[in-house]
Ligand binder design. Structure first.
Ligand SMILES: [Zn+2]
Length: 284
């Protein structure tokens, strides 16, 4: 699944290749990716055809393209979505779902095998689509509020990892990045927020930023030419992981074997020595 750094790479690609362009025509090749556009595929095409793309923004893993009408094209890549810029006449991708022909700038293509992602037009959504206004800023955002984040974590008795994955508190931190940041901060994901020190929370936030920044650098190197790509299989995951996916392998810090436990229908990986489990909370 594309995580925040990959989505940011896509945003930058859109900024470089799509912003300032006019959409000459729109072809919806499968209805499912525009299912959130309740008025249907024809309406989606009508609202975007002939419009100029003014910018490329992101909130968490959502992308939006403000149009010259004040509306915005809102997009999410889901599990397998890609946004590609291709020259006119390039062969269609097998899972091509939506094609935007751009004036003098090739085609923007939404390709999605599993179709959990999608596109819609957000009426009046140019500044911030109301559909995503509840999503918190991500820690790479210059307007992210560190103090508010610390306060939110320490107000909750829920485990730290659960809060890291809560899009209304901090956005864009997926399962992999959460595990890596917790390993870096030497904190177990089950540590209750209201038992953490301010310095613990700031340390994990710093680790989240470091992990995201490292992944962004690697994602950025794979983005060149006229190709905006994201597939969630970035080289970062092979080379730089310390915890995630490393069950039974020695911890890079202390050599203890990394442990996997199930967590919210997924997995959590941690070093049982560097990241000791919290003691059970006394019944009150
Ligand atoms: Zn360790």
């Amino acid at each position: 699944m594309p995580e925040l750094p990959e989505v940011e790479v896509v945003r930058r690609g859109l900024e470089a290749h799509v912003v300032g362009r006019t959409i000459d025509s729109v072809e919806v090749l499968h209805p499912r990716p525009v299912r959130r556009h309740l008025a249907g595929a024809d309406d989606f095409a009508a609202l975007t055809t002939g419009r100029v793309v003014l910018a490329a923004h992101r909130r968490g893993k959502y992308l939006w393209l403000p149009l010259d009408t004040g509306d915005a094209v809102l997009g999410h890549l889901g599990m397998s979505g890609q946004l590609l810029v291709q020259p006119v006449g390039a062969p269609d991708e097998r899972h091509l779902r939506v094609r935007f022909r751009l004036r003098d700038a090739g085609e923007l293509r939404f390709v999605d095998q599993r179709m959990f992602g999608g596109l819609s037009v957000s009426p009046g959504g140019a500044d911030l689509p109301p559909e995503i206004a509840h999503i918190a800023r991500d820690p790479m955002d210059p307007l992210f509020d560190d103090d508010a984040f610390v306060a939110a974590v320490r107000r909750r008795s829920s485990g730290l990892k659960r809060t890291l994955l809560d899009q209304t508190v901090i956005s864009g931190v997926g399962n992999i990045y959460a595990d890596e940041a917790l390993w870096g901060a030497r904190l177990h994901g089950d540590r209750p927020g209201d038992k953490l020190r301010r310095s613990d929370v700031l340390r994990v936030l710093e680790e989240v930023r470091a992990v995201l920044a490292a992944a962004l650098v690697e994602g950025g190197t794979s983005f060149d030419a006229l190709y905006v790509n994201v597939n969630g299989e970035s080289g970062y995951f092979d080379r730089s992981l310390h915890a995630y996916g490393r069950e039974g392998l020695p911890c890079d810090r202390c050599g203890t074997l990394v442990v996997r436990v199930s967590f919210m229908n997924r997995s959590s990986y941690f070093c049982p020595v560097c990241q000791p489990r919290p003691r059970a909370r006394r019944a009150s």
